[in-house]
Design a protein around this ligand. Structure first.
Ligand code: ATP
Length: 243
């Protein structure tokens, strides 16, 4: 998306001054970012920078200690995770977390529980077209799938809940490069159809290739922001994060 088009779009997510931690560890120290409707945004940074904590604050599974998270104009701080999911802020968690004893079809059906009366935006047919392997394996237990297939299932499960903003935590984790390419191609296709995506990635190079804009987080604070292509061409960013 070009920056002019972006400036005309509504902000869907506005995070300001976000703080969070774990028994004495300050994981977020005033982090701020925003995402507009239709954007594909990356959050990159070194190990332990606070990327997962920030996503988990958005989905409500980590409770922030301060700051603000406005989603579609409404404050999310203090809102329970299941209410956040029902508003269409859906997370594909780190490590997929599919239910291993349920079939592929059952995992997808479970994803639809986040609809809670909202209209579906993705049919099973669309998800099967995006990831044909899920159709082939629909009666197979999710635990018997490969890591890449589980990642596809975790994305499909979130799509069944009609995301207005899709959060992804390290979708490339542990996957072979050829599968990473497939997963990112699917994410780009979803974004080009209008889905808004915020992605956390260790694989900064891949993340900057796929996205429109990116934020760099270090020690709980956002330290850089820009168009992904510009960040990928910035020698300081390359030497610090893409080396
Ligand atoms: P990584 O890519 O390694 O997962 P990250 O950027 O996602 O890193 P976080 O996982 O958000 O970073 O971690 C931020 C800080 O919080 C780190 O110091 C980490 O050790 C700490 N931390 C994260 N989760 C927990 C937890 N459940 N209990 C205690 N400390 C935690």
């Amino acid at each position: 998306m070009n920056p002019e088009a972006n400036s005309l779009r509504q902000t869907i997510l506005q995070v300001t001054g976000l703080t969070a931690g774990y028994s004495g560890i300050k994981a977020l120290r005033g982090a701020a970012l925003s995402v507009s409707e239709g954007e594909f945004v990356a959050l990159i940074g070194p190990n332990g920078a606070g990327k997962s904590t920030l996503l988990n604050c958005l989905s409500g599974v980590v409770r922030p200690t301060g700051g603000s998270i406005r989603f579609q104009g409404q404050e999310l701080l203090g809102v329970a995770p299941w209410h956040i999911a029902r508003r269409g802020l859906l997370q594909v968690p780190e490590g997929r977390q599919v239910l291993p004893n349920l079939t592929v079809r059952e995992n997808l059906t479970l994803g639809a529980t986040a609809l809670s009366g909202r209209t579906p935006t993705y049919t099973l047919e669309r998800i099967n077209a995006l990831f044909p392997i899920l159709a082939e394996r629909r009666e197979q237990r999710a635990g018997s799938l490969s890591g890449g297939q589980q990642q596809m299932l975790a994305i499909g499960r979130a799509l069944m809940g009609a995301p207005r903003l899709l959060l992804l935590d390290e979708p490339s984790l542990g996957l072979a490069p050829v599968i990473v390419t497939q997963v990112f191609a699917a994410l780009r296709a979803l974004n080009s159809e209008g889905l808004t995506i915020l992605l956390v990635e260790q694989n900064a190079r891949q993340a900057l290739l796929a996205t429109d804009r990116a934020y760099v987080i270090e020690r709980g604070c956002v330290v850089h922001e820009g168009r992904s292509a510009d960040l990928a061409a910035d020698p300081a960013i390359v030497s610090h994060y893409l080396g």
